[in-house]
Design a protein around this ligand. Structure first.
Ligand code: SAH
Length: 446
């Protein structure tokens, strides 16, 4: 963590987007975890620009006791020590500030939609498996390190997933299966992955291994199923790459059919381990309903759903539009999307497995038109070329679904240069206790 340079009694005034208080000492900003605006504390300052609270002197009203005993070390959540109402205010304020800096009128930002119960919402859990001495650990990385915190119970995850992971960890221990060691590149089990379909209760478990050979596989699966008969399917996913990406390309079904089915807005969706699926079922239904409300599709509209995943948004639009084209780069997602459309008897949606930019370029070049373009990119946002390709298609409405306000604000600036104005921006808290926030922005052509 760096070397302590000095200690000082300080008062925090602001908190940054990562949940750190920012204190300036001798014109240098320091980031301090677990310190809120209005609080005073004795802080040890490190040479690396961070600080650590040694003693909290006065407490903020917004401070709450984190539910998670590992909060102080685990890198998964950043805001558990802050009252949920204040978390929501922080997220809304941050979005407003970023959009305003891009020239968007703050009044377009609608009040953030939070959760009634902001815990146990994650339907996907990925725990890193490792070994400390002879003890098997299942957990997450410590903040900014590759040390692993053993997490017996994660309060933002679905409880069922917590239980399954706990059992699986014990089985790995009892059956003497070696966890993977990322430093030495030895051992077998890398991650436990659990995905739960909230609407149907179906459960998918993936055991991620460093190699295909998995001695004792049958015993492990048999025991896991005895303790958890609610598991619908178990797969082995092989990831031999030395990266921090959890899932590899190769999969083998060990039990069941290898995928599960969930429902969103009355439609059924097949989901696999490797397809993208929103992690907060309750808020996703609100998200999709609000996207429809804001975009107001008409029966004559052609809709492009770019970065479509398994086509969830596109399929919610299909019954209100003339046709939907879903564009997605992942083969596994497109494959599930096509099955999903069939299953829901939706005939006016077409899937294109393509890179977004290639597809949009080609679409614009052929002088094809679209009434509504929806984009839902990964955290990195869009590139200038993608923005320009969309501008060339000239949809009258553009819906930007974003999980990163920073890239959203930067991309919106580009769209504004291309003749679009922001009509509404609606933040939705899909990720309580963390710094992340989802936003739907509706833009229209001037
Ligand atoms: N709209 C979907 C999925 C959004 S996640 C939903 O709500 O579930 C973003 C998706 O973009 C992922 O499925 C990812 O595979 C896809 N993707 C990432 N880069 C891409 C690119 N360059 N071209 C097309 N799709 C891409």
């Amino acid at each position: 963590m760096g070397v302590i340079m000095f200690k000082e009694l300080v008062e925090a005034k602001t908190i940054n987007d990562q949940g750190y208080a920012v204190i300036n000492v001798n014109k240098r900003p320091y980031q301090i975890a677990n310190l809120l605006p209005g609080e005073t504390a004795e802080v040890a300052f490190f040479d690396n620009g961070y600080g650590k609270v040694e003693k909290l002197i006065t407490k903020s009203d917004a401070r709450q006791k984190p539910k998670c005993p590992w909060f102080a070390v685990c890198g998964g959540c950043q805001l558990q020590h802050i009252a949920y109402e204040t978390q929501l205010e922080m997220k809304e304020r941050r979005l407003k500030a970023l959009l305003a800096a891009s020239g968007v009128d703050e009044k377009t930002v609608l009040p953030i939609i939070g959760m009634k119960d902001p815990y146990n919402y994650r339907n996907k859990s990925q725990m890193i498996i490792s070994e400390k001495g002879k003890k098997i650990m299942a957990g997450l990385y410590e903040e900014n390190t590759h040390n692993i915190v053993n997490v017996d119970y994660c309060p933002i995850q679905n409880d069922k997933a917590n239980e399954i992971i706990k059992t699986a960890r014990k089985l790995i221990q009892d059956q003497n299966i070696k966890p993977y060691d990322e430093k030495r590149n030895t051992g077998l089990i890398r991650y436990l992955f659990v995905r739960i379909a909230e609407a149907t209760g179906q459960v998918l478990v993936a055991i991620v291994t460093a190699e295909e050979k998995f001695p004792g596989r049958n015993n492990f699966v048999k025991a896991l199923r005895i303790f958890h008969p609610e598991i619908t399917t178990i797969i082995q996913n092989v990831n031999s790459r030395q990266t921090s990406i959890v899932l590899g390309e190769f999969e083998r079904v060990l039990y069941g059919i290898g995928h599960i089915e969930d429902e969103l807005l009355g439609k059924k969706f097949l989901i696999s381990a490797r397809t993208f699926y929103q992690i907060n079922h309750h808020q996703t239904q609100i998200l999709y309903r609000k996207i429809l409300e804001l975009a107001k599709p008409k029966g004559t509209d052609t809709v492009l759903d770019i970065y479509s995943g398994i086509g969830t948004i596109g399929m919610c639009f299909a019954e209100h539009a003339k046709q939907v084209i879903a564009v997605e780069a992942s083969k596994a997602s497109v494959h599930n999307g096509i099955l999903n459309a069939k299953q829901n008897k939706i005939r006016n949606i077409r899937f294109q497995m393509a890179d977004a930019l290639d597809y949009l370029h080609n679409y614009a070049e052929k002088a094809n038109t679209a009434d509504i373009v929806i984009v839902d990119p990964p955290r990195e946002g869009l590139t200038k070329q993608v923005v320009n390709a969309i501008v060339a298609i000239k949809p009258s409405k553009l819906v930007y679904v974003s999980c990163n306000p920073e890239t959203l604000a930067a991309d919106i600036r580009e769209f504004m240069l291309g003749g679009y104005t922001v009509k509404k921006a609606l933040p939705i808290d899909m990720f309580p206790q963390t710094i992340h926030v989802e936003t739907i922005s509706l833009l229209s052509l001037k």
